[in-house]
Design a protein around this ligand. Sequence first.
Ligand code: ADP
Ligand code: MG
Length: 757
Amino acid sequence: MTVKTDLQGRISSHRGAGENKAASRWEALQTVRFREPVKSSVDYRVTPVSEIFGINVFNRHVMRTLLPKAVYKALVRCLDYGEQLDPAMADIVANAMKDWAITKGATHFTHWFQPMTEQTAEKHDSFLVSGGPEGGAILEFSGKLLIQGEPDASSFPSGGIRSTFEARGYTGWDPTSPAYLMESTNGKTLCIPTVFCSYSGHALDKKTPLLRSLEALNRQAVRLLHLLGNREVRRVTSTVGPEQEYFLIDEAFYLARPDIINCGRALFGARPPKGQEMEDHYWGSIKERVLAFMMDAESELYKLGVPVKTRHNEVAPAQFEVAPVFESCNIATDHNLLLMEVFRKTAQKHGLRCLFHEKPFSGINGSGKHNNWSMADDDGNNLLEPGRTPHENTQFLVFLTAVVRAVHKYGGLLRAGIAHAGNDLRLGANEAPPAIMSVYLGDKLTEVVNALIEGQKELKSSDGKVVLKFGVSTLPHLPRDDSDRNRTSPFAFTGNKFEFRAVGSSQSIAFPNTVLNTIVAESLDYMATEIEKAVKAGQDVNAAAEKVVRDTLKENKRILFNGDNYSVEWQEEAARRGLPNMKNTVEALPEFIKDETKEIFTKYGVLTEDELIGRYNVRVANFCKTINIEWLLMKNIARTMILPAALEYQSKLAATIVQTKDAVSGINLTAQENMLRDLTDKITELLVALERLESPLGGSHGQNHHGETESPLMAKFYQEEVIPAMQEVREKADELEILVDDALWPLPKFREMLYIY
Ligand code: ADP
Ligand code: MG
C-alpha cells in the first residue's frame, strides 16, 4: 500500500482504497484545496459601471427612445400617478419591447410572478408563432400577450381559495416594475413582472396585495398631506432598502450535506471549536474567491438595474451581507427577489453555494433581512425626514406618530407576517430581535416625544436653553448615526427611516411590506380623520395636528422601548406592558385570522377575507411541510450515515481491545474499555432518541394518527412533539461527532465548511 501525503491518502492508508465510507467528505476537502477565483464576464477597466447599469432593462430611457411620444407619456402617467393604461397602447408597447429584446438576443418571454411560495415562477414562451408560409420564422408579441397570461395554476399554493375545477390562473402585467432580460449561458429571456390571480379575481400571489397596500397608503398619505397644507403632493409611496444577509460555502461541501441540499440548513453538526467569538470576521478583509463572486453577482445585477451598494463580511464565519440603494417598495421587492436569484446562480458558477436560510448553522449567528422602510412623495421628499421648518416638523411628527401607532396596534400582525419555520430558529436567539414587537426612537427623539406627551410647550436642553417650541420652531438636530443606535430592536427609527429587523433572510419582503403599508395607511386614516374633526370644530390645523399627535403618542407609548431587547428584563417588562410575545410560528399565525386583521385588510381593499384565510392556510401548511421534510431527512441521515460511522468505530475499538488482550496476556485495558463504553452509550442514546422521533407520528409520511397532514392542529403537534424530539436526536448525534474517528465521519464538519474556501 502506498502512503500518500494528501487527505485522500489519509483515507487510503486508514482503510485501504475503495471501501471508504467518508469519501465524499474527503473528496470535498480535496476539491476545495484546488479552487481558484473565477473571472467575471464584465471587466470594469474596459466597461465602466455606467455603461452596463440597466442595459438589460426596458426602462424609461429605452421607452422614450422606442415609443411614440403619446404612448410614452401615457405610460409615464400610469407609472407615476397610477392612471390606467389604454389597452390599445399595449400593442405598441409590446411590439417595442419585443424588438428591443430580440435585438439584444432574446428568443423567449415569460410572465414572471410571485406565487405564495417565497419564490418566483416563470414559464417561458418563444416569440415564434409559426414557421411561416415560405418557411421563414414569424416572431410576434402582442399587447394581449403582454397584458395577460394564462398559466395552469393548479400546482401553486392557494390555501383553498381556488376551487379545483378552476385550475386556470391569470398573470397580469405590472407596468410599474420594468421588464428585463435575464441572461443565461445560451441566451436571454424577456421577463415581464406580473401579478397572479384566479379566474374570479382572487389574488394568488404576493405582488397583488402589495400593490393594493401601496394604493391604500397613497390614498391616506396624500389625504393627510393635503389636510396639513401640502397641496402639491400627488402621490406617496413607501420606499424600501432591504439589507440581505447570506452564507456562502463551497459547493463540494454542500454536495456532501444532504441536509443542506434538501432543507437549506445543517440538521446535524457539532459547534465548531472556533465560532464567531474572535470577532474577526465582521467587516474583515474579504477572501479573494468570495470577492470574485460578489463582484460577478454585482455586475449581473447592475445589468438588471438593481442598485447594489454595500458588501461586507457579517458576524458569523462564512456569513456576508449585501445592501442596495433603496427604491420604491414594489420595485425594491422585485429587485430583492432578483438579487437572491442572481446570487444563487452566480455562486454556483464560482463553485460556491449561497444559503439564504435563517439559521443554516446552529451555534453561530443566523441571517435576517433588515427591511429599511420610509415614505416619500412624488418629488422624492422623505416623509420621515425631520424637517427644517416648523411646518415640516409637524408633518414629520404626524407621520412618525402614525407609524408608532400602527406598530402598537398591529404588532401581532407584523409579527405573524415574518413567522415561518426558518425564522423561528433565529428570532429571540440573542442575535436577532426578539419576537416581541417594540419601537426604538433613540434618546433625542424620545425626549421630544416625552415632552410632547407631558404636554410641554417647549423642550429645553440640560443647560436650560429652549431647543424646541412645538409648532413654532424646528426640531433639534437628530443625529443620523447615533452612537447609541440600537441593534437589538425589531423596529428601530434610524434617523429618517424605520428599520424592521425581524424579517427572515429567505423570505420575500412582499408580505411584511404589505402589512406595514396597510397598518400605516390605517393609522394615517385615523390621524387625518381626527384632525379633520377638530378643524371642523373650528380649530387651527396645526394646533389640531399637535393635539392628535400628543394624544396618539400618549395612547401608544407602551410600544416604545430604547433598551436592550435581548435582555430577560425586557421580556418581563414587555409582559407587564401587555405586549404580545409570540415565540414561534404556531403561536403567531392565528393573528392572520383575527377579526381586527380581517377588518383592516378588507377595509383598505388589500385582501378579502378569503384571500386572507388562504394565506393563513398556506403558512400553516408551509410550516408543517418544512418540519416534516426536516424530520424525514433527519431520520434518514441518522440511520444511513451517522449510525453506520459510529457503529464502525465501535467495532474497530472492540476489535482492538480483543486483539490487544490476545496479544498481551493480563494487560489492563480499563481506559480503552471505558472509551468503548462511552461510545456505545452514546450510540444507544442516539438510537433511543431516534425511536422517539420515529414513533410520535406512527411512522407514516407526514400524517398523525388521524390521517391529518397540514392543519393548525398538526402544526402544533410538530411544534410540541416533533421539534423537541428532533433536537434530542441532533444533540446525541453531535456528541458522537466529537467521539468518532474523524476519518470515518461522513458529513463535512462546521469547522471545515465555515472556514475553507
Ligand atoms: P446599516 O447597516 O447601517 O443599517 P446599510 O447601508 O447597510 O446601513 O443599509 C441601509 C439601507 O437603508 C440601504 O439599503 C439604504 O438605501 C436604505 N435606506 C436609506 N434611506 C432610506 C429610505 N428613506 N427609505 C428606505 N430605505 C432607505
Ligand atoms: Mg447593514
